[in-house]
Design a protein around this ligand. Structure first.
Ligand code: GLU
Length: 478
């Protein structure tokens, strides 16, 4: 049988970096084997439900190219793929589990409420809940249910000794059954807890490999007891360490750390983010670092996943993003850069602008600060014309800008080459160094010491009329 993996996010309204990494590893395990990647929405915790959150999940996965083979929007043979639509399935299996001795009906309302607040948090207290309802004869419990009494279904942990299971990343894991509590599986509103739903869904959807955070390790023996009670085989477990902000703290959207959407808004390319997070906990076994999703599909193997937590290093991501920006075709870069030019004058040569920006930026969000002078030139001190290396002073700038105006006015084909040749010739004729013309011109056009591109490139971007206008304005102040 081919691998079948699932990404099972809760619709929280954003895509946490750690979740996207889990999705990626799930995707790669499926694709490495030509298998299927399934999208399942885990929305049983209605308190956490956020309007529009499912769309964010769809958009994010599509944006990075991780297309799913089955899911809520496209269907498949194992649907529905939204947990809240599977309510009757969970109820049916919860009752079955009671019949099989793996769970019991519980009528203690107070305790349920206390525990329900912890529903989707698998890290439960270690104190084993000694539920008196466990000893209510099944027939009596059924009568109480038939009479309309609210109930929950609670797991039975009857085994003694140690549970042993294998994990691809952490190896063999032993957990004492005494450490497991008899948590709620089906709540009184008929919805399952995560601890129940994940097992039922993973089995019914024939999932072969489950990738999830290592905080689920301690609950895994409970899931295995449910698989065992039904006579089902558990999936292959792949627990991954958390993505860290620093040595002590997990990366957490709730604490203000960046989500995938935040990073995109900060000018990171989806492909670069995906490449970077692939390496947060996995390596190819050699020095390679730049991988497209297709390349990852070819070389990924789960046994190279690392069990020590990886620290999210924004400097490294920024470097990698720069590599991705430089690797884009000129057309593609122009396309992704264009939204950042929205408030620029219509007369600008934007293709030329993209050509000078592409080699020098590492994130798209750097564009506005690089190009602000193109919209409007700000006041600048004439001391900017002073440059020892270029042998320029405000006096030389005045001389060369005066010489340059007729030269510029004479150029009909406004290209970088023509501008450069004409200005070089002007310098030669007047026994000036090229820099004594080009440097003041760049200052006159930008009002800045550093600019994307040299004087002639800026002139091409600004166009003939604006260039001449700026040189004349600069002269008036010299
Ligand atoms: N819904 C869980 C979460 O968002 C998924 C855990 C799992 O993959 O089993 O954390």
């Amino acid at each position: 049988m081919k691998n079948r993996t699932r990404f099972a996010p809760s619709p929280t309204g954003y895509m946490h970096i750690g979740n996207l990494r889990t999705a990626l590893y799930e995707y790669l395990i499926a694709k490495a084997d030509g298998g299927d990647f399934i999208l399942r929405i885990e929305d049983t915790d209605q308190k956490r439900y956020v309007e529009g959150a499912t769309d964010i999940i769809y958009k994010t996965l599509k944006r990075v190219g991780m297309n799913w083979d089955e899911g809520p929007d496209i269907g498949g043979n194992y649907g529905p793929y939204v947990q809240s639509e599977r309510r009757s399935i969970y109820a049916e299996y919860a009752h079955k589990l009671v019949e099989l001795g793996g769970a019991h009906y519980c009528f203690c309302k107070q305790k349920e409420e206390n525990e329900v607040s912890e529903d989707d948090n698998p890290i439960e207290t270690h104190s084993k809940f000694k539920d008196p309802c466990k000893f209510i004869p099944l027939e009596e419990a059924k009568q109480r249910i038939a009479a309309g009494e609210p109930f929950v279904v609670r797991q039975n942990i009857n085994k003694k000794g140690t549970s042993v299971f294998h994990d691809v990343v952490y190896g063999d894991i032993e957990i004492d059954y005494d450490e497991l509590d008899e948590g709620v599986l089906l709540k009184s509103d008929g919805l399952p807890t995560y601890n129940f739903a994940n097992v039922i869904d993973d089995h019914l959807m024939q999932i072969t490999h489950v990738v999830r955070g290592n905080e689920y390790i301690s609950s895994t023996p409970k899931y295995n007891l449910i698989y065992e009670a039904f006579g089902w085989t558990p999936p292959v477990y792949v627990h991954v360490p958390p993505v860290m902000k620093d040595a002590q703290h997990k990366l957490s959207k709730r604490n203000g750390d960046a989500s995938f959407q935040d990073l995109v808004a900060k000018g990171y390319l989806p492909e670069a983010i995906l490449n970077y997070i692939a390496l947060l906990g996995w390596n190819p076994g050699d020095e390679r670092e730049i991988f497209s999703l297709k390349e990852l599909e070819q070389c990924f193997s789960a046994d190279r996943l690392n069990k020590s937590p990886a620290i999210f290093d924004i400097t490294k991501l920024t470097w990698m993003n720069g590599c991705y920006i430089r690797n884009l075709s000129a057309e593609k870069f122009h396309e992704v850069a264009k939204p950042y030019y929205a408030d620029m004058p219509l007369t600008l040569n934007l293709t030329a602008l993209s050509a000078v920006l592409q080699p020098r930026i590492e994130t798209l969000a750097q564009i506005p600060q690089e190009i602000d002078f193109l919209r409007q030139i700000s006041e600048f001190p004439i001391s900017l014309y002073e440059n020892k290396k270029m042998k320029t002073t405000p006096e030389i700038a005045k001389q060369s800008m005066t010489l340059v105006i007729p030269v510029l006015e004479n150029i009909s084909d406004w290209t970088n080459e023509n501008l450069f040749e004409a200005l070089k010739e002007c310098a030669a004729v007047h026994e000036l160094k090229n820099g004594q013309i080009l440097y003041p011109l760049r200052i006159a056009l930008s009002g800045k010491e550093t600019t994307p591109g040299g004087a002639t490139e800026l002139a091409v971007i600004l166009g003939k009329e604006e260039t001449i206008k700026r040189v004349k304005q600069a002269l008036e102040k010299l």
